[in-house]
Design a protein around this ligand. Structure first.
Ligand SMILES: Nc1nc2c(ncn2[C@@H]2O[C@H](COP(=O)(O)OP(=O)(O)OP(=O)(O)O)[C@@H](O)[C@H]2O)c(=O)[nH]1
Ligand SMILES: [Mg+2]
Length: 274
C-alpha cells in the first residue's frame, strides 16, 4: 500500500510552503516523505522533489510553443491535460518500493478544484495504483475572517470535496500572520456552529440575503461536511497535530499499531499457547 497527500487549494494559499514545512518536520522526526511537484507553472520550491512534472511538461515549454498561443492559465490547463494523457509517466515515476508516503504539491488554479476533470482523473489513477489518497485543501486564514467569507471559504472547500471525491482535510494556513485578536476570532469561528457565525453578522448586504446565507450555513452545519484545521507553520505541535489527523485519514501506520498492541481482552502471554 502507498499513501499520498494531495496538497491543493487556491493560488497563493501556501501549498508549496506547506510541502516544505511538512518535509522539514518529518526530516527532524526521522520520517521520510517523498516530495512531488505536480505544478507545471512553478518556478522554485524549497523541498527535494523525487518527481517533478516539469520533466514531462512545463508552462514555459507550452508558452514558448508558437503554434499553441496560450496565456498562463490556458497553458497550465494544457499541461495538466497532457499529464492526464501521459499518466504512465507519473506511474513509472512514483513506482519505487513499498510503503511509500508521497506529498504532492498541486497547482493553484481554482478551476482544477471546481469543474475541470483533471485532478479527479489523477486521483482516480492514484487509487487504481493502490494509493490511499487524502486531499489537503489549503485556504488562507486571512480570507475567512468575516462571516460571509467564512461561508464562501467553506463552499470553495466543499466544491473541491464534491469534485474530487477523496477524504479531505481542510486547512487554514498562515495562522502565524494573524494578530492575537484575529487568532481568537478564528478559534471562535472554529468552535461556533456555522449558523451562529452567520447570525452574528449584521451588514446591509447580509440582511438582504439573510435567508439564503442562513440556509447554506444550516446545511453546512447539519451535515458537518466542512471542517477546518488551523495550521501555524511556526509551531511544531500544530504541524504534528495536523499530520496525525492526515495519517489517520489515510490509515497510515495502522498496520504498525496492530503489531504493537494486543486486543484488550487478550493476555499477550496466553497468545504463546494459542
Ligand atoms: N507567514 C507565512 N507566510 C506564508 C505561509 N504559507 C505561505 N506563505 C507565503 O505566501 C506566499 C505564497 O505561498 P506559496 O507556498 O508559494 O503558495 P502556493 O499555494 O504554493 O502558491 P501557488 O503555487 O502559486 O498557487 C509566499 O510568499 C509564502 O512565503 C505561512 O504559513 N506563513
Ligand atoms: Mg506552489
Amino acid at each position: 500500500m502507498k499513501y499520498a497527500q494531495l496538497v491543493m487549494g487556491p493560488a497563493g494559499s501556501g501549498k508549496s510552503t506547506y510541502c516544505s514545512v511538512m518535509h522539514n518536520h518529518c526530516l527532524s522526526t526521522g520520517r521520510t516523505l517523498r516530495m512531488v511537484n505536480l505544478d507545471p507553472a512553478c518556478e522554485v520550491f524549497n523541498y527535494p522533489a523525487v518527481v517533478d512534472v516539469r520533466d514531462l511538461i512545463s508552462v514555459n515549454d507550452v508558452q514558448e510553443d508558437e503554434e499553441l498561443i496560450l496565456g498562463p492559465n490556458g497553458a497550465l490547463v494544457f499541461c495538466m491535460e497532457y499529464l492526464v494523457q501521459n499518466l504512465d509517466w507519473l506511474h513509472d515515476e512514483l513506482d519505487e518500493g513499498e510503503d511509500d508516503y508521497f506529498v504532492i504539491d498541486c497547482p493553484g488554479q481554482i478551476e482544477l478544484y471546481s469543474h475541470l476533470p483533471v485532478m479527479r482523473q489523477i486521483v482516480d489513477a492514484l487509487k487504481s495504483w493502490d494509493f490511499n489518497v487524502c486531499s489537503v485543501f489549503l485556504i488562507d486564514t486571512n480570507f475567512v475572517l468575516e462571516a460571509e467569507k467564512f461561508i464562501s471559504g467553506a463552499l470553495t472547500a466543499l466544491s473541491a470535496m464534491v469534485a474530487i471525491e477523496t477524504p479531505a482535510i481542510n486547512v487554514l494556513t498562515k495562522m502565524d500572520l494573524l494578530s492575537e485578536r484575529n487568532k481568537q476570532l478564528v478559534d471562535e469561528f472554529l468552535e461556533t456552529d456555522t449558523r451562529s457565525i452567520v447570525d452574528q453578522d449584521e451588514t446591509v448586504w447580509n440582511a438582504k440575503h439573510r435567508r439564503l446565507t442562513r440556509t447554506i450555513a444550516q446545511v453546512l452545519e447539519d451535515y458537518s461536511i466542512v471542517k477546518f484545521v488551523p495550521l501555524n507553520c511556526e509551531d511544531e505541535e500544530s504541524i504534528d497535530q495536523l499530520l496525525l489527523t492526515i495519517d489517520t485519514t489515510i490509515q497510515y501506520g495502522e498496520d504498525l499499531e496492530v503489531k504493537d498492541h494486543y486486543p484488550e481482552e487478550l493476555d499477550p502471554e496466553q497468545l504463546d499457547h494459542v
